[in-house]
Design a protein around this ligand. Sequence first.
Ligand code: PLP
Length: 401
Amino acid sequence: MTSLVHADEAGFFGAHGGRFLPPHLEAPIAEVAAAYAEARNDPEFAAQYEALLTDYVGRPSPLFLAERLTAHFGGARIYLKREDLNHTGAHKINHCLGEALLAKRMGKKKLLAETGAGQHGVALATAAALLGLECEIHMGAIDVEKQHPNVVRMELLGATIVSVTDGGQCLKDAVDSAFGKFASDWEDTFFAIGSVVGPDPYPTIVRDFQAIVGREARKQILAKEGRLPDALIACVGGGSNALGLFTAFLEDESVKMFGVEPSGRNLDVVGQHAATMTLGSPGMLHGMKTMLLQDADGAPNPVHSIASGLDYPGVGPQHAHLKDVGRVEYVAASDDETLEAFQLLCRTEGIIPALESAHALVHAAKLAPGMGEDGVIVVNLSGRGDKDIDYVADKIRGMQA
Ligand SMILES: *Cc1c(COP(=O)(O)O)cnc(C)c1O
């Protein structure tokens, strides 16, 4: 049996993953792979990364017992892993700092990436400013309009925004544009992917930099409860915050794990959800084999979620493998359920969660009552919801009207 944790030498997690590239991208990605293989065994590199996590990000993030939420659901004790309290307000800074350090070690001068809603772009621009690297972010022209505050943030942080006017002018076109730029300009440039997706070794690199979340949570829950949790819950877009929490527990058979993807407005209509595990099939996307929402020709379907960070037609290949072997159960939460969970956490705990993270809370609500009061659940609160408040307020007004 293949490992739950590690990719094989060709970068496969079971049937998924690998490195499927056009010839002109083979050399640049091979260079990243060689550099990371060396860096991951260097204690000096790990020490640099950990120092930044402590002094800059503010780690360890707390593991918080949500007592009023627990009482509200009536069942298992619910702990929240507070990634929302990190500098920049989400888990993404963990892997952006790691990728930026790797780029610096390779002697690169510039970080290059795509962004959809702008969350990855902002975290990466932050890491670039901190480490004195240039930063170029490709973003679909429609997203540039829609996500104006994040465009302003990235520019304040010194990043250059390339507005992509090809195709549908959204995330997929930004990815194509950024890869195109990388192919022509890789001498000085590091391509920094925003989740556990893309060609090998990116799913491993991003996973390793996020695994700090679960290592901390494991120590924290053992200190607070004297035992491992019964269940872990995290939302899944590409899947980086989920693998961040899960990795340290994968070999603990007693710990159940749930990845929550968006069923959006309607699971029965293409384009109205992003439920890749529920309705997808094996396919090829962004240089990897993985589960994919696709049409008859293998082109990715349009997707929707109330949480723009979950709005992705694929998923990290390690998740597809963990589903195949039954180690993680993948479930879905709708836009409406998510809005309800978002408001509930605001009122019971005084925490405004990201809409992405609120998907995980929806599943906690379904699981906790049946587990009894001896149960223990850890939910990854992947980010804070300040970015979502205007959108949520509009939605709530719309529902009341
Ligand atoms: C980007 C984002 C996600 C989704 O990304 P994953 O790689 O699936 O973790 C989840 N939560 C927040 C707050 C995000 O910004």
